[in-house]
Design a binder for this molecule. Sequence first.
Ligand SMILES: NC(=O)c1ccc[n+]([C@@H]2O[C@H](COP(=O)([O-])OP(=O)(O)OC[C@H]3O[C@@H](n4cnc5c(N)ncnc54)[C@H](O)[C@@H]3O)[C@@H](O)[C@H]2O)c1
Length: 378
Amino acid sequence: MTKPLNVGLIGYGFMGRTHSNAYRKAPNFFDLPYEPVLKTVCGLEEDQAKAFAQKWGYESYTTNWKEVVEDEKIDVVDICVPNNVHAEIAIACAKAGKAICCEKPLALNVAQAEEMVAAVEKAGVPNLVSFNYRRVPAVTLAKQLIDEGRLGRIFHYRANFLQDWTISADVPQGGDATWRLDIKAAGSGVTGDLLAHCIDTAMWQNGPITSVSAMTETFVKERMHAETHKIEAVGIDDACTFMCRFDNGSLGNFESTRYARGHKALYTFEINGEHASIAWDLHDLHRLSYFDHRDDSIVRGWRSVHVTDGDMPYMDKWWVPGLQIGYEHTFVHQVADFLQSMAEGKPAAPTFRDALATQKVCEAVLNSAKKKSWEQVK
Ligand SMILES: NC(=O)c1ccc[n+]([C@@H]2O[C@H](COP(=O)([O-])OP(=O)(O)OC[C@H]3O[C@@H](n4cnc5c(N)ncnc54)[C@H](O)[C@@H]3O)[C@@H](O)[C@H]2O)c1
């Protein structure tokens, strides 16, 4: 019989839902070494925690995360709270010997991320950071094609993550719904929230980023704070553009903003190599665009690969060729991979240490923008 694995979820918001859905679905589609049991959920509001527990099938609920960490029955703690609460909970979990799945970005800054890495490595607990876009089958396939050498030497990596939801100066900062605009809760703006995803995927596919030159802008300088109702200076970056060099000699170009009218969550990347290029678009996430210069010239051109066949990453676990999957499935893949790695006693990527590398790039980007200089990534 499959061994039960008791899950304690902290945070019942957007990510709390995606992760809960993943724990429920993963055993139906993957042959897992453990059976996830939704043991307890924690969040700030008791009535909402209770309603969430009922809706998703958690056995209990609490408003005190320490109860989850101290509960001896809990095997895995899943951290889905705003960025400023990640470190304290994760370090306590490590000390209590829990396996940890933590949402991204790992921490508010590099110093905090280093403490978290030290804590999980000292305790030897399984740890994973939820950079879920790695687990879109088309994105995983892109990594596979690069690793197979199909692109040859890589010259360029460019990525964008565009949104438009903070253009109005009436959007407040802080509080439950808009903590992302409050520097104290978020640590940074689009750099940690959106570019962290692009950086994680880019370094996974194309190796380490060694130096960066960035510019950031805060278009709306003051906003009302949702908790104090006072007008306060905005500390986050609303938009960020940076150039970079990768260790393999290729050049990178990254852009993110919440001021690109018409775009809700347009994450795209394009990679240009000596023989071939790859492009991907979150709005068409089951397709990978591929151009191979080695094709006969009379049929050479960009092809749109429908990533649904059973020999493509993760797809043998889902429907039949031609039928696609979507956003929620990235989290199902994450749960499946995490549990499998745990059973095998292997690290599940991206680990806290991998996410620390992303945090270092984010910090170098923010420092570069502030100092108007090229920064080495330490
Ligand atoms: N992987 C992704 O694509 C992705 C997408 C969105 C958010 N995130 C990350 O997930 C995390 C949560 O984001 P969200 O959008 O789900 O936020 P959210 O605002 O929807 O939910 C946050 C939850 O945290 C709870 N919470 C806040 N402080 C708490 C505390 N001290 N103790 C216990 N519970 C507390 C709140 O009650 C709420 O349930 C963030 O780190 C964010 O960056 C990742």
